[in-house]
Ligand binder design. Structure first.
Ligand SMILES: Cc1cc2nc3c(=O)[nH]c(=O)nc-3n(C[C@H](O)[C@H](O)[C@H](O)COP(=O)(O)O)c2cc1C
Length: 351
């Protein structure tokens, strides 16, 4: 059995394609559509409350009886907030929002509430989730043991060879190797001061040479040629995000979908402006304003909380300049349509 055949067996899927979780964009209907079509759908629940997580899982189960992955953010929740940095940034965002007629409510740092992935584990076990994927860190050994005891397959995210080796050493079953092309947040977790910036063409063969764990290539998989190339480079399968942003089942605002479809190869940048963590998205006014402010950006999840109300308003009012339009370098290849059709187009010519 080759690597891809092993992956299909392991994940109980027909095609070696995982729909990447995309918090704020992917939906239960999207995950279910991919799983129903023979891939692995992923439900994004990173940083959500246990109640919301359970509700989204129930919803997904209503649309599919097939396996799907549930995706967590495995970072440490900040224990202390740098209040000065927080206040300066909050004042800046307040002024920015006021200037653009966006409602903004000032809050105290101690009012912020963050959920840890650890609060989601019991319910994942109760719901008998067969696959848990994660990014931004390493699950604790207690959590790994608890999930494994309940026959849960684990998929971790690596952006460098050393991160992949760390995942393997901790017994993670599958590794998503995320190249710098990928849309959304970098999954990097070993050295917060040095962001690995390795492209998929280099990362996939280096990682597959370094570990025995099967690898999913993520970043720049925008058509069937790229899917086949990833497998030639040593991956067992692929994880795809940006292609699904304009899908009918996506939560993305219309102007965001249009921006993705009309983007060019040079329209995305890596930024910390929206969340405090490095992420790739299409340039817009908010990124530019924070970039030009010269202010220090608070850490993730603090900055994410500071921009949350603005992002919700922008989503509801379809205002792309104030949204985090996460997208990868090949996002311009995305087209509108049903998730199922986008998925089938990707796999039609085999792999
Ligand atoms: C809008 C958006 C949101 C994302 N959110 C998550 C997430 O919640 N969890 C995660 O593990 N990866 C997330 N990612 C990364 C994707 O799952 C996937 O690995 C990546 O999009 C692959 O690269 P591509 O965009 O070039 O296809 C996100 C990506 C995008 C574009």
């Amino acid at each position: 059995m080759n690597k891809t055949e092993q992956l299909l067996k392991q994940l109980k899927i027909d095609y070696p394609v995982v729909q990447g979780a995309m918090l704020g964009v992917s939906t239960p209907k999207m995950a279910a559509a991919v799983s129903n079509a023979g891939g692995l759908g992923s439900l994004a629940v990173g940083g959500l409350s246990p109640e919301k997580t359970r509700q989204l899982i129930s919803e997904t189960k209503r649309y599919t009886a097939k396996n799907f992955a549930v995706n967590l953010f495995a970072h440490e929740v900040p224990k202390e907030i740098d209040v000065l940095k927080f206040s300066k940034m909050q004042s800046f965002i307040h002024l920015f929002c006021t200037a653009h007629q966006i409602p903004f409510e000032l809050r105290k740092a101690e009012e912020l509430k963050f959920y840890s992935y650890e609060e989601q584990i019991d319910l994942l076990i109760e719901e008998k989730i067969p696959v848990v994927s994660f990014t931004f860190g390493m699950l604790s050994t207690t959590v790994i043991a608890a999930l494994k005891k309940n026959n849960c397959l684990l998929i971790g995210t690596a952006t460098s060879v050393q991160e992949a080796i760390t995942l393997e050493q901790n017994g993670i079953d599958l590794i998503t190797a995320q190249g710098i092309e990928a849309g959304g947040h970098r999954g990097s977790f070993l050295d917060p001061d040095q962001l690995p910036q390795i492209g998929s063409m280099s990362l996939i063969p280096l990682v597959t040479d370094a570990v025995n764990t099967p690898v999913l290539a993520a970043g720049g998989i925008s058509d069937n040629k790229a899917l086949k190339a990833a497998i030639v480079l040593g991956a067992a399968g692929v994880q795809v995000g940006s292609l699904f942003i304009p899908a009918e089942e996506s939560l993305a605002a219309e102007s965001y979908k249009d921006a993705v479809i009309n983007s060019t190869d040079i329209d995305t940048v890596i930024t910390r402006t929206f969340s405090g963590r490095w992420a790739r998205g299409i340039k817009n006014a908010f990124m530019e304003a924070v970039g030009n402010s010269g202010l220090e950006i608070p850490e993730y999840v603090v900055q994410n909380s500071l921009t949350a109300a603005m992002r919700v308003y922008a989503q509801q009012n379809d205002h792309k300049d104030f949204l985090s339009m996460w997208a990868g370098q090949s996002a311009s290849k995305a087209i509108r349509g049903k998730t199922e059709d986008i998925f089938l187009k990707l796999i039609r010519e085999g792999w």
